[in-house]
Write a protein that binds this ligand. Structure first.
Ligand SMILES: C[S@@+](CC[C@H](N)C(=O)[O-])C[C@H]1O[C@@H](n2cnc3c(N)ncnc32)[C@H](O)[C@@H]1O
Length: 243
C-alpha cells in the first residue's frame, strides 16, 4: 500500500521534467508538494519528536500522511501548524501532536484491527492505516463521512472502512478491536466501546464536559478488568448523539 503510493507520487513528480524536456512551461504543483513535504518534516521534528513521541513507526506514519490533503483548500497553508484546524460543519482536525500521542499510546502494529470514533477529515484514520491492517471508523456528520470516504479512496487507503452513524454504539459486527480511539469527548467512556475492546486491547479517549478541559485517558483490558490511566488535559469537540 505504502509502496504503491510512493511509486504514484514519484511518477507524478517526474512529469514536470518530462514536460520541460519538450519545451513546455514547467509545472509548479510538484514544487508546491515538495514544500509541503519539508513543512511536514519540520512538523514531525519540532512538534512531535521533540515533545517525546519516540515510536519509530508512528514517526514514519506522521511523516508519510499528507495532512494538507485532509483540510479545506483555504486551510492548506496552515496544515502543518501546531494546532487544530476547522474542517467544516463546526468540526476540527486535531493538532498533529495529539494525533501522534494518541496513536503512540495505542501501540499499533501490523495484524491488528482498530476502531475510530469521529472520522472527521479521515486524517487520524489514515495515520492508523499506515500501522495496522484495518481501520473501521464512524462519523456522525453525514457530509464529513462522505467526504472522508472519497478522500481516503483517492489517497489509496483501501484498508479504512468509513461508516456514517453514532459511534457511541461502536461497531459490534467487527468487534472485538485491538485498539479503539475516540476523537470526540463523551462525558464518560461509552460502555459499548469497553465491551468491544479485545482482551489485552487498548483504548484512548478524552472524557469530560463539553467545551471544558477534558482528560485524555488510556484504558487497557487485562484479564477482563478495565484499567485506566489519565494521560493529559485536552480539549476536544463533544461526542454528540443521534437524536
Ligand atoms: C475532533 S473531530 C475528529 C478529527 C478526526 N479524527 C480527523 O482526523 O480529522 C471529532 C469528530 O467526531 C465526530 N463525532 C462527534 N460525535 C460523534 C459520534 N457520536 N459518533 C461518531 N462521530 C462523532 C464529529 O462530527 C467530528 O467530525
Amino acid at each position: 500500500m505504502i509502496a504503491l503510493r510512493s511509486v504514484v507520487l514519484a511518477f507524478l513528480c517526474t512529469l514536470p521534467a518530462i514536460l520541460d524536456s519538450r519545451g513546455l512551461p514547467p509545472v509548479s504543483w510538484c514544487q508546491q508538494d515538495q514544500s509541503y513535504d519539508s513543512r511536514r518534516e519540520a512538523m514531525v521534528r519540532e512538534q512531535i519528536a521533540e515533545r517525546g513521541v519516540r515510536d519509530p513507526d508512528v514517526i514514519r506514519a506522521m511523516r508519510t500522511v499528507p495532512r494538507h490533503l485532509f483540510v479545506p483548500t483555504e486551510e492548506m497553508p496552515r496544515a502543518y501548524e501546531d494546532h487544530p484546524l476547522p474542517i467544516g460543519y463546526d468540526q476540527t482536525i486535531s493538532q498533529p501532536y495529539i494525533v501522534a500521542l494518541m496513536t503512540e499510546l495505542l501501540q499499533p502494529r501490523q495484524g491488528q484491527k482498530f476502531l475510530e470514533i469521529g472520522t472527521g477529515s479521515g486524517y487520524q484514520a489514515a495515520v492508523l492505516a499506515e500501522l495496522v491492517d484495518t481501520v473501521f471508523t464512524i462519523e456522525i456528520v453525514g457530509q464529513l463521512a462522505a467526504e472522508a470516504t472519497d478522500r481516503l479512496q483517492r489517497l489509496n487507503y483501501g484498508n479504512v472502512v468509513v461508516r456514517h452513524g453514532d459511534g457511541y454504539l461502536g461497531w459490534p459486527e467487527h468487534a472485538p478491536f485491538d485498539g479503539i480511539i475516540v476523537t470526540a469527548a463523551p462525558e464518560e467512556i461509552p460502555q459499548p466501546l469497553l465491551e468491544q475492546l479485545k482482551e489485552g486491547g487498548k483504548m484512548v479517549v478524552p472524557t469530560g464536559k463539553a467545551w471544558a478541559i477534558q482528560t485524555l485517558t488510556l484504558v487497557e483490558k487485562k484479564n477482563g478488568r478495565i484499567i485506566s490511566h489519565d494521560v493529559a488535559p485536552v480539549r476536544f469537540v463533544p461526542l454528540t448523539r443521534d437524536k
